[in-house]
Design a binder for this molecule. Structure first.
Ligand SMILES: [Cu+2]
Length: 503
């Protein structure tokens, strides 16, 4: 290891905390890479010598994948395996991913590289890896039963190809239900020459969605409705914000693999759409926007100058993707913790509308996700407006101070209960949901108290910080002030045992 590389590794160890950079980035920036990672432009910020132009892509909350070199071939190792993914403090779910996370680690290579990717299957069933959009030989395309035999449990397949493309790509299992269990990862091909104008910050965010019933940990991969919307494996407010210095040019790459298209909206800035899943768009075809629709299986690159200071929302604009843990008609399972009654019929257990009373809100039925499950019900069980509007004096409300909204304090209108449609967001956002301490990290330093109560689902910040504030946040990042939010037994987001029917 030469001196420069040692320095890079040391510097990386100091500065990596911010964005979960792994040592691979240090390796990539080494002088051995005279291609995409050597830059002519002097770096602006001596604190971060590694973010040299063209910058390495940062995937907040997800590491980049280290590699070794074998006679000029970059060798990566991916393990397909079940993972416990903490998407929010108190909410860890069972996904299938790669190397311990879903999405898996981000792979970064240079245009023209020859790469070898060793894929081990530690799943309980066959899998196969597809390199989405790669112009590579058919026998490397990862089509199980077509271009290769599926990789059996405990098996291995070695992919190797030369990459002539550049841009934002991804890898994923080519088995559909495995995709819905999380099996996705980013794959960045840096261009031989940096694109102009060069960017100061380059981020990747991966969009995924899961349907997880309350008190459950395993997504229902067949569901068509989703209640956990994640960016890089985290949901709001646990998603690490993008930190940029006022005036920097920023690229954000967005990839999407799920059942929904996501209109990604950035507040306070107008960006140009500069790339798709097929690479760079010629500058003459860029177009301005503040919302870019990232369809399933697509990638979109956006670029802008962060010239407007503030903590700006960056989020999917589908209203139901700005929420957590939506589930209609939460039934017996969540109210008693005992699950559905033994011996219930398939229909009853699934909350289907059969028999009497014919409504999935009764104790005879399990919880269900999404819209439509109550339609056609003819004998609605009397329900209050959830745990909220009627009993501000109840013990349950006393125990959940954030929910103790009272007309007297002006939190809700005196006539709230008589207004059709109430409540909508009154008890979904705000102090009740605030968990600032649980999601504390340097990147959140300086946000207003209670900020986390209003961040849910596919929602994070683009924090455009004036130099002094930027330096302060980055100092904290460099000091490794990264409190790891524990799973707090007393604060299970999905249990909420006190939110009983009829409270
Ligand atoms: Cu969305």
């Amino acid at each position: 290891m030469n001196t420069r590389r040692s320095f890079l590794h040391r510097a990386l160890a100091l500065g990596a905390g911010a964005f979960s950079l792994s040592t691979v980035v240090g390796a990539e920036v080494s002088q051995d890479d005279s291609g995409g990672h050597s830059g002519a432009k002097a770096y602006k910020n001596p604190r971060h010598p590694l973010i040299a132009p063209p910058v390495s892509v940062v995937t907040p909350d997800i590491p980049s994948l280290a590699y070794t070199t074998d006679r000029g071939v970059k060798v990566f190792h991916l393990v397909a395996e079940p993972v416990k993914q903490q998407i929010l403090p108190g909410k860890t779910i069972d996904l299938w991913g790669f190397n311990g996370s879903a999405p898996g680690p981000t792979i970064q290579v240079n245009q023209g590289d020859r790469v070898r990717i060793v894929v081990d299957n530690h799943l309980p069933e066959p899998t196969s890896m597809h390199w989405h959009g790669f112009e590579i030989p058919i026998d490397m395309d990862g089509m199980p039963g077509v271009s290769q035999e599926p990789i059996k449990p405990g098996g291995r397949f070695i992919y190797e190809f030369t990459l002539r493309q550049e841009g934002t790509y991804f890898y994923h299992s080519h088995l559909a239900m495995q995709e819905m269990m999380g099996m996705l990862g980013g794959f960045i091909m840096h261009p031989k020459q940096p694109h102009r104008p060069e960017v100061d910050k380059d981020f990747l965010i991966a969009l995924q969605e899961y349907a997880v019933l309350p008190s459950n940990t395993v997504p229902n991969s067949m569901n068509m409705e989703f209640n956990w919307l994640v960016i890089n494996g985290k949901t709001g407010p646990a998603i690490t914000p993008l930190i940029v210095r006022l005036g920097e040019r920023v690229r954000i790459r967005v990839i999407n693999l799920g059942m929904d298209h996501h209109p990604i909206h950035v507040h306070g800035h107008t960006f140009q759409v500069t790339g798709t899943e097929a690479g760079r768009i010629p500058e003459t075809a860029w177009f301005p926007a503040n919302t870019v629709l990232v369809g399933v299986a697509q990638a979109r690159d956006i670029e802008f100058v962060a010239n407007n200071p503030g903590a700006w929302m960056l989020h999917c604009h589908l209203p139901h993707h700005m929420m957590n843990q939506m589930s209609s008609n939460v039934g017996l399972l969540t109210r008693t913790g005992k699950g559905t009654p033994a011996g219930a019929s398939m229909e009853n257990g699934m909350g289907m509308l059969t028999g009497e009373p014919g409504v999935p809100t009764g104790d005879d039925y399990g919880p269900s996700l999404g819209r439509g499950m109550g339609v056609g019900s003819t004998s609605d069980q009397p329900m209050s407006n959830g745990p909220l509007s009627q009993a501000s004096q109840s013990q349950e409300m006393q125990d959940m101070p954030g929910m103790n909204m009272s007309p007297e304090a002006g939190d809700i209108a005196p006539n709230a209960n008589s207004v059709p449609g109430f409540p909508q967001d009154a008890f979904m956002e705000g102090p009740m949901m605030a968990m600032d301490k649980m999601v504390a990290k340097p990147e959140n330093y300086g946000l207003p108290d209670g900020w986390s109560g209003f961040m849910q689902g596919m929602m994070t910040f683009l924090r455009v910080l004036p130099p002094n504030e930027y330096d302060e946040v980055m100092r904290r990042v460099e000091r490794g002030e990264k409190p790891q939010a524990p799973d707090m037994p007393g604060m299970k987001m999905d249990a909420m045992p006190k939110m009983k029917h009829g409270m």
